[in-house]
Design a protein around this ligand. Sequence first.
Ligand SMILES: Cc1ncc(COP(=O)(O)O)c(C=O)c1O
Length: 347
Amino acid sequence: MIDLRSDTVTQPTDAMRAAMANAVVGDDQYGEDPSVRELEALGARLLGKEAAVFVASGTMGNLAALLAWCGRGDEIIMGDECHIFWYESGGAAALGGMPFALLPNTRTGEIDLDRVRKMIRQKNRPGYPRTGVICIENTHNRCGGVPLRQEYLTQLAALAREHDVPVHMDGARIFNAAAALDLPAEEIARNADSVQFCLTKCLAAPVGSLIAGSADFVQRARAGRKILGGAMRQAGVIAAAGIVALQTMIDRLPEDHRRARRLAEGLAQIDGITIDLDVVQSNIVIFKVEPAIDQAEFVAAMKARGVLVSNYGTRGARMVTHYGISDDDIATALEVARTVMSAPVAA
Ligand SMILES: Cc1ncc(COP(=O)(O)O)c(C=O)c1O
């Protein structure tokens, strides 16, 4: 099977497995796990932040960050296509009592700054919730893996500062954004007060995310992690793979991007497929096969021929390149897509 459903399907590398087997560990809740401490220090350094904390998943990382910024009733401004809204079980509302103030995402994953300005609540007005935090996603998954423009991020950060509201970046794929824009991740993180990033996406580690920010923020995020049951003990066993991920898997990301681009350009040439090539700048390729072919039928037909694709509902179908995908796999996936699209199963 050629598995293009997600970049989360990767296997740990041999170096990761060896590092896990040999990890030096301790009780992390006592702050005594050297591997966790090393991972947190490395993650903070790569993002140019004072500190970082290791968490079990991106979902836990986003929620612990939001708990660090907001109290019950504080509102979170976010885009209506963001992961936190779609795929995190409404955790911030369910567990943190934080309402979502949704604004439309543009096709390039941004939220219009005038709309953000209007959505930030006037302070101390009876009846108004407090604006707790503004969330952005970079790269933006449902918007086709597009990296947010640096100029946009700078303007958003200035607006947020003007109103004394922090910015949280769901940077699950921040290193993809950095590779796509050919910038250090630190430059991208500079415009956010906190960043969650995943070790398990294109970096191929088996478990975990980091949340980075100021020392004060990270201390509060640690409290959030504990509330969520995410404070662990000898977590160095998994942190060790995360260290290898950060040391060895970042520099190869342009390879994934090159393959995704080739895939997207190949798909664009197939009759019945529509795709916005402008947003294909990282490892995610989202495209539509309808009305030529029913989307679910397309996904099933691809699977029957050995290529796994995600059915992304109203967004379309999704293919994601990663460490386990070769140039030959891309050629095969395109060949199979051509065959499937030539079979008339109308939507
Ligand atoms: C943009 C984004 N944020 C957060 C997450 C959540 O990460 P996890 O699956 O580790 O909870 C994902 C996972 O796919 C994601 O794509």
